[in-house]
Design a protein around this ligand. Structure first.
Ligand code: SF4
Length: 336
């Protein structure tokens, strides 16, 4: 009988789903993904998770609850590090333990540790361990991983070309953004699981597109550019997200075609609180580019978010049109 592997639609689903799906399918398993986030999923997640957890963790708990009774295995990898000398937020490391503690009657949990801090080569021991749930044939596991990796690379390539990951994952057509007032380019910095879960971000990306905004996210920035930009920091960033976010922000600051920057922040996220503050300081010092922070949690109201987005876009358009790049206090906005 074909075994069903459940993948909760949260956290790193938005980064790695093409890789995971191909790998499990190549090993003969059926992949089942939890439903799209809804109020019910969020409410269950909030009830089953500790109060102090950030919104994405609570949402993830809701997805586990939604899927756990429909599958033979639940894939909840223990992510410690996905790149050399860097760490992922520690909440990812404790995720399988939280899930075990907070739910009864779970299917078999595939909770293999992924720790590439020392070397990328360490990925193979994780791959063999995950594969061993389905076959003892190591060659088959290697082949499945090879195919999964090539699927993942082509996914990443499309994202770099400007597709939003969510549009690829869900087969949406790339939206053609038109606006009588001209298209604005706005960079949105945030975790993939906040940016691409349209329930928890209250449809932020669609709203921006509907207002004539072309959204650029950090996944679209080339890794070499990020590496070069963070090289100027006095201290090396050891958070994987922090490095990408700060490197991308420094790149966006220098791009004259970027009209504004939004930081989408999770309430209660320690990483965000540091990274956002650092980015804001860099923006204020380097260039007078419009910048705003949108904070989300399970109590966020849509009306408040809509007002913030509309005001931000209106302000950019008004400034471009009426101020000719001269600020209200008489200085050139873009020196030189
Ligand atoms: S990085 Fe922040 S938002 Fe992401 S899991 Fe950790 S605390 Fe939550």
């Amino acid at each position: 009988m074909v075994k069903k592997v459940g993948i909760p639609r949260g956290l790193f689903y938005y980064n790695y789903f093409p890789l995971w799906r191909t790998f499990f399918e190549e090993l003969g398993a059926e992949v089942v993904v939890s439903a799209h986030t809804t109020k019910q999923i969020l409410d269950v997640g909030v009830k089953s998770c500790v109060d102090e957890a950030c919104l994405p963790l609570k949402v993830y708990h809701g997805h586990v609850s939604e899927i756990k009774d429909r599958v033979d295995y639940l894939f909840v990898p223990r992510f410690t590090s996905v790149s050399k000398n860097e760490y992922i937020c520690p909440k990812f490391g404790g995720l399988p333990d939280m899930i075990r503690h907070n739910f009864k009657d779970l299917p078999t949990l595939i909770d293999t540790e992924v720790n590439l801090r020392k070397s990328k080569k360490d990925v193979m021991s994780a791959v063999y361990e995950i594969g061993s749930y389905f076959t003892k044939d190591y060659k088959k596991v290697e082949k499945a991983y090879e195919k999964a990796l090539s699927e993942y690379k082509s996914f990443k390539e499309r994202v770099r070309k400007g597709y939003l990951p969510i549009d690829i994952l869900e087969n949406h057509k790339k939206i053609k953004i038109k606006s009588a007032e001209g298209v604005l380019n706005i960079a949105v910095i945030g975790h993939v699981y906040n940016l691409y879960d349209s329930y928890i971000n209250m449809n932020l990306l669609r709203k921006l597109a509907g207002s004539g905004v072309n959204t650029i996210t950090i996944e679209m920035v080339d890794s070499d550019i990020i590496k070069e930009k963070v090289g100027c920091l006095p201290k090396r960033m050891f958070w994987n997200f922090g490095r990408k976010a700060v490197g991308s922000a420094l790149h966006f600051i220098e791009r004259k075609d970027i009209d504004g920057i939004i930081f989408l922040m999770s309430f209660g996220c320690g990483v965000d609180s540091f990274v956002c503050d650092l980015i804001e300081r860099k923006i204020r010092r380097s260039r007078d580019i419009p910048f705003t922070i949108l904070t989300i949690d399970e109590h966020s109201g849509e009306a408040g978010l809509n007002t913030r987005i509309e005001a931000f876009i209106d302000m950019i358009r008004w400034r471009n049109k009426n101020e000719s790049n001269v600020s209200t206090y008489g200085q050139y906005v873009y020196p030189g």
